[in-house]
Each structure stands twice: as C-alpha cells, then as structure tokens.
Design a protein around this ligand. Sequence first.
Ligand SMILES: CC(C)(COP(=O)(O)OP(=O)(O)OC[C@H]1O[C@@H](n2cnc3c(N)ncnc32)[C@H](O)[C@@H]1OP(=O)(O)O)[C@@H](O)C(=O)NCCC(=O)NCCSC(=O)C[C@H](O)C(=O)O
Ligand SMILES: [Mg+2]
Length: 280
Amino acid sequence: MHSRPYRSALYIPGSKDRALEKARGLPVDVILFDLEDAVSPDAKVAARDTLYAALADGGYGPRLKIVRINGLDTEWGAADAAAVAAMDCDAILLPKVNGPTDVDALAALVPDLPIWAMMETPEGVLNAASIAKHPRIAGFVLGTNDLAKDLNSRTRAALTMALQHCLLAAKAAGIVALDGVYNAFKDEDGLRAECAEGRDMGFDGKTLIHPAQVAIANAAFGPTEEEIDLARRQIEAFEVAEAEGQGVAVVDGRIVENLHIVTARATLAKAEAIAALETA
Ligand SMILES: CC(C)(COP(=O)(O)OP(=O)(O)OC[C@H]1O[C@@H](n2cnc3c(N)ncnc32)[C@H](O)[C@@H]1OP(=O)(O)O)[C@@H](O)C(=O)NCCC(=O)NCCSC(=O)C[C@H](O)C(=O)O
Ligand SMILES: [Mg+2]
C-alpha cells in the first residue's frame, strides 16, 4: 500500500508560465511537469530553464513533483535528463519505455531520482513485468494516446488487455499505476465514467490534462464516506469475531475475513493520507 494518494496527476506544459503558476493552487495529488508532448519543438530548450526556475521558486506544497523528459532517442532527451537531475523534483518520467534497458540508460544519467515509466508502446506493454521490477522504477503512467496510435485501435475497450497487463505488472512489483488521459476535457460525464472504470480496474489514479478534470478524479479515486464507514464497521465486527474465537464476521449480509480487513485498513489509510495532504 502506498503512503500518499495518487488520485489526480495533472500534466503541466513546462513551457507555460501561466499554467506553472496556476498549478500552485490546484488540489492535485501529483504534478507531471512536461517537457515532452505538451511542449513544441522550438520551445523545448527554453522550457528546461522555465521549469527549473518554477521549481526553484517552489509553492507546489506536498504534491508529488514529477518531470517528464523527452525520449533519450531524441535530440533533447539527454540534456533534459541532466537538467532534471538538478531540479527540485521528486521523480523523473521517461516516455515510450520499451524495456528495462531504456530504464538502465536513464538511471546512468540520473543517479538519484526515482524513475517512472510511460507505458505506451506495444513492446513496452509486452515487457511490463521486467520494467516494473527494475529497481529504479517507482511507477507506471499509461500513455493511452500513443498506445492507441501504435496499435491503430479506435476505442478504449481495445486497450483493455494492455491496461490490465500493465496493472498486473505494477501490482506484482508493488509500484504505482496511473491510468491514461481523457482527451475530451470539457466532457465531465465521459471523464467521470472513465475514472470509475480505471478505479474499478485497480488504477491508483488518473492522469489529467486540464484543471477542470481534477475534482472528478479526486472524487473517483478517493474513498467515499460510505466506504470509510463500511471499513470501520468491518474492522470492528472482525475484532469482535476474533475475540470470540471466530475467523469470520458478517457485515451487511456479507462475510468479512482477514483479507477484507487488509482492504478495510488500506481504505482508512488512504483517507488519512488524503486528509493529511489536503490540510498540509
Ligand atoms: C488542453 C489545453 C490546451 C487547454 O488550454 P486552454 O484553452 O488555455 O484552457 P482554458 O482556457 O480552459 O484554461 C483555463 C485556465 O487553466 C489553465 N490551464 C489550462 N491547462 C492547464 C494545465 N494543464 N495545467 C495548469 N493550468 C492549466 C490556463 O492557463 C487557464 O488559466 P487562467 O489564465 O488562470 O484562467 C491545456 O489545458 C493544455 O495545454 N493541457 C495540457 C496538455 C498536455 O499536457 N498534453 C500532454 C500530456 S497528455 C499525453 O501526452 C498523454 C500520453 O503521453 C499519451 O500518449 O496518452
Ligand atoms: Mg504519449
């Protein structure tokens, strides 16, 4: 179980001062400062300095600060990595990871920061287990746009197997897994439905492209009052059952065993972590 929430992870173009400023006041759990696709080629070099200065100025509070660089096979990747190594951030995100050797290459350039991997190529998805187990990897971010492009697929349903494969790899390795973006940023109902689907699959949160998407993701991936109440009642009932020498309790007509208590405790821990983040 992770000790901080990852409900909402907002991409911020590293080149845009206004968005970098706006992010300081947004209730997101994770900020993905982007040097890759959100930044046009002619702005990429200057974006490094813009982002360095924004992070040095601070004001992003307890949010997890991750910087996405350009691929190491591009003209910007290696210099991005060197620049990020000097930035005040928590992790570095590598796009289009195809296998653990891609992670090795970045690890050699950035010795100290945790590395997150964009899972967005067919080869990367096939190698998900070995990427997730790389000792420097701390999280997966699904890149559903690039994946759909490479697969020539037209629906999210067509990506289900890839999403689940990456999730299995992430959970087996004990790392974080964030779902891909929902492109139609003005369609709140569509986002709500996709967040619910990603949460039910097991993702820890959703990557986002616009501030208007934050509240929907936070609500979808945070425990509800009903879930918190149920978790408390399950723990209470199980403790009573245990005191009576029983291994099973019944709450709301359903059995509660030790494994459900693990989930119930995780729900309460997540609620506490969210409260701590929101009051920090
Ligand atoms: C999508 C956008 C281009 C829309 O921008 P805009 O038209 O400016 O939106 P608004 O006028 O509604 O903006 C309102 C205010 O919010 C600020 N804003 C907008 N977006 C962001 C943001 N992402 N972070 C912080 N602040 C933001 C505006 O500055 C306005 O502020 P104010 O002036 O105070 O009113 C734009 O949202 C955008 O560029 N989004 C990010 C796009 C992006 O990051 N793309 C790359 C990541 S997605 C990806 O690569 C996925 C993956 O790799 C894959 O393969 O799937
Ligand atoms: Mg991508």
